[in-house]
Design a protein around this ligand. Structure first.
Ligand code: G1P
Length: 298
């Protein structure tokens, strides 16, 4: 179909205050919460790098220095581990500092996800780009972002990741009205609404935190008025693009049926940690048998 520039860059908004996790997020970014033995944000960066997006821009804010430190090198610690000959731990700390080329820009005034994405305009320029939200972890065994990039390249529009959720849960998400595209595995998005009440929702398809966007979104975001919660919503800008024809218009959806772990609130975060730990060869067997005993004793 259309000729479009390749997708090379990933934008990861991390300026959120993490109020749902207080008090642990009082002095620590929520993105640094451990999921087994890696901070949540590292899974997200690894996902971007795994599909070739090694130019990463984090949209940060106050209190986020630990993130920059995590992806930086620590020569003194490396030297100590080298001296001890502890190659396993050395590899573990080097892994996070060898993940692509990470840039940072500060959002200053947190005015919503749409505003965070707009802060990426100068770095991204006139190319399509991915946006990954840190609260959603996608199992590395299940493909999503690579497929979304293919759909963006084939359509020349913007692409959102969708997942079926129970209707009563839709009010926590952006919701999409879609129709099938003949002969294709992706769908066309006709309308998007941010966090509708279940009775007003056009479907049970929720936007999960992965987007591959045409740069036309920047111009639209500049014109987008604050929406739900008084914030500039990415969903509202995409609604405008869904209705637009021609260059940069059109929004498509990839319906994800794989494993997604939500780390956005306390209960789902705990479930994500237990699920991922129970699948690890080094921890899983013992954790599973303990869990069985624990549940039997309740
Ligand atoms: C954001 C988006 C929403 C999307 C969700 C996915 O909401 O605004 O459309 O469904 O991420 O996690 P938030 O969870 O930041 O409130």
């Amino acid at each position: 179909m259309s000729t479009t520039k390749p997708v090379r860059k990933a934008v990861i908004p991390v300026a959120g205050l993490g109020t749902r996790f207080l008090p642990v997020t009082k002095a620590m970014p929520k993105e640094m919460l451990p999921v087994v033995d890696k901070p949540a944000i590292q899974y997200v960066v690894e996902e971007a790098v795994s599909v070739g997006l090694d130019d990463i821009l984090m949209i940060t804010g106050r209190n986020k220095r630990a993130l920059e430190d995590h992806f930086d090198r620590v020569p003194s610690l490396e030297a100590t581990l080298e001296e001890k000959g502890d190659e396993k731990k050395l590899a573990a700390i080097q892994e996070s500092s060898n993940l692509g080329d990470i840039h940072y820009v500060r959002q200053g005034d947190p005015k919503g996800l749409g505003h965070a994405v707009l802060c990426a305009q100068r770095h991204v320029g006139a190319e399509p780009f991915a946006v990954l939200l840190g609260d959603d972890l996608i199992d590395e065994r299940d493909e999503l972002l690579g497929e979304m990039i293919r759909v963006q390249q084939a359509t020349g529009g913007s692409v959102v990741a969708l997942m079926e959720v129970p209707r009563e849960a839709i009010s926590a998400y952006g919701c999409a009205k879609v129709s099938p595209v003949e002969g294709e595995s992706f769908v066309q998005v006709h309308g998007l609404v941010e966090k509708p009440a279940p009775e007003d929702a056009p479907s049970n398809l929720a936007i999960i935190g992965r987007y591959v966007l045409h740069p036309a979104v920047f111009g639209v975001l500049e014109e987008t008025e604050p929406g739900r919660g008084g914030e500039i919503q990415l969903t509202d800008a995409l609604q405008t693009l869904a209705r637009r024809e021609g260059e940069g218009g059109g929004v498509y959806g990839v319906v994800f049926r794989g494993r997604r772990y939500d780390t956005g609130d306390k209960l789902s975060y705990l479930k994500a940690v237990v699920t991922l730990a129970s699948e690890r060869p080094d921890l899983g067997p013992e954790l599973r048998s303990w869990l069985e005993e624990f549940v039997a004793g309740l």
